[in-house]
Design a binder for this molecule. Structure first.
Ligand code: SAH
Ligand code: SF4
Length: 360
């Protein structure tokens, strides 16, 4: 069987080279070719002996998912639809800004958690992405846009905020995160890599122990009764447990903070009383807030909060001393904004038909 070398983290790549009788420095050469040069073709790896190149051609390959669609928004945001096989496709979004380039990466085809305002959740779930399919999104985006004049790759920041719940695909996500941080791979600092979770409490503790990247938590409500509806996983891991997990996440890095994401839904979670309730709720967690104006998608009954309501909500948090930003909506003309990623998911959970059934 031919191995896809993008499926290995650094340790596994070393082990694989050892298993085929090669020295550790060959694994490091391969990392440089694959990630620093973005080269998938063994025959172009000119400092490897010809015999090794031939052996590699027999035993391995370097393959990111195939691109099915490539769209560019009027604001420069770019979205790729990537084929991950068996009728499934996921989306990756590149957001260029003056000082940085952020890539929003998917971790699963679909999502089991079914948050009521999320287009990915509405499609149901098919499967976890492999490591090659997660790190392959970064590998592909860098190669597509290519290095700048100083020889640097365009992606400087990664957010695991695309399709899926990354902590429910824990092992593959952590392997991909470690590749992003490794100096022999992309060498991103852990503050430039953010994982967003809807609050899988035990997995948050594991992440802290195994790969403590910057943490964003999808809060979206100021009390359990509303969060139970918006983010149903709250019924399993309620706010008290979630906030305690946030505190534990920060224990070893006192200067860090959690970013709470809060989608602004008109008439649902955007009142000033709810803002005040939120201030009380997060009192003991060093945090910032990022308010996300709701991005609509077909079949949703939610509406985006008005600009004034969002600004007033922010002011309450700011007056309580919590740094709060309002997320700029990017790429909405190509449905690349938060929560709009749909890809194509062959639903194993049959949730795609639920809205129709609910009406029937
Ligand atoms: N599953 C993870 C990460 C992916 S979603 C999570 O839920 O955190 C990234 C962010 O977009 C989350 O905060 C999510 O709640 C938010 N989001 C989902 N649907 C949205 C929508 N329609 N409009 C705005 N934000 C949305
Ligand atoms: Fe899944 Fe996140 Fe969407 Fe919820 S918001 S359904 S956890 S992708």
């Amino acid at each position: 069987m031919s191995e896809n070398l993008l499926d290995f983290d650094v340790e596994q790549l070393n082990a694989w080279f050892a298993s085929v009788g090669e020295k550790p420095f060959r694994a490091r050469q391969m990392l440089r070719w694959m990630y620093k040069e973005g080269e998938p073709d063994f025959t172009a790896m000119t400092d490897l002996p010809v015999s090794l190149r031939e052996k590699l051609l027999q035993l391995a390959h370097v393959a990111a998912p195939q691109v099915m669609r490539d769209e560019i928004s009027a604001d420069g945001t770019r979205k790729w639809l990537l084929d991950v096989g068996t009728g499934n496709a996921v989306e990756t979004v590149f957001i260029p800004e003056a000082e940085r380039g952020t890539l929003c990466i998917s971790s699963q085809a679909g999502c089991v958690l079914n948050c009521s305002f999320c287009s990915t959740g509405k499609q149901g779930f098919n499967r976890n992405l492999r490591v090659a399919e997660i790190i392959g999104q970064l590998w592909w985006a860098n190669r597509q846009i290519s290095k700048n004049a100083e020889g640097k790759w365009p992606v400087t920041n990664v957010v695991m905020m695309g399709m899926g719940e990354p902590l429910l695909n824990f092992d593959n996500t952590v392997s991909a995160l470690r590749l992003m941080l490794d100096d022999h791979v992309y060498g991103l600092s852990r503050r430039r890599v953010t994982l967003s979770t809807s609050g899988i409490v035990p997995a948050m503790d594991r992440l802290r122990d195994e790969c403590p990247v910057a943490l964003a938590v999808s809060l979206h409500a100021s009390n359990d009764s509303l969060r139970d509806v918006l983010v149903p996983i709250n019924q399993k891991y309620p706010l008290r447990e979630l906030l305690a997990a946030c505190q534990r996440y920060l224990e070893r890095a006192p200067r860090d903070f959690v970013t709470f994401e809060y989608v602004m839904l008109d008439g649902v979670n955007d009142s000033l009383q709810q803002a005040q309730e939120l201030v009380g709720l997060v009192r003991d967690v060093p945090c910032k807030f990022n308010l996300i104006p709701f991005n609509p998608f077909p079949q949703t009954h939610y509406r985006r909060s008005g600009t004034d309501a969002i600004a007033r909500f922010r002011d309450v948090l700011m007056q309580a001393g919590i740094i709060t930003t309002i997320r700029k909506t990017r790429g909405d003309d190509i449905a690349a904004a938060c929560g709009q990623l749909a890809g194509q998911v062959r639903d194993k959970t049959k949730r795609t038909r639920q809205p129709m059934e609910a009406q029937a």
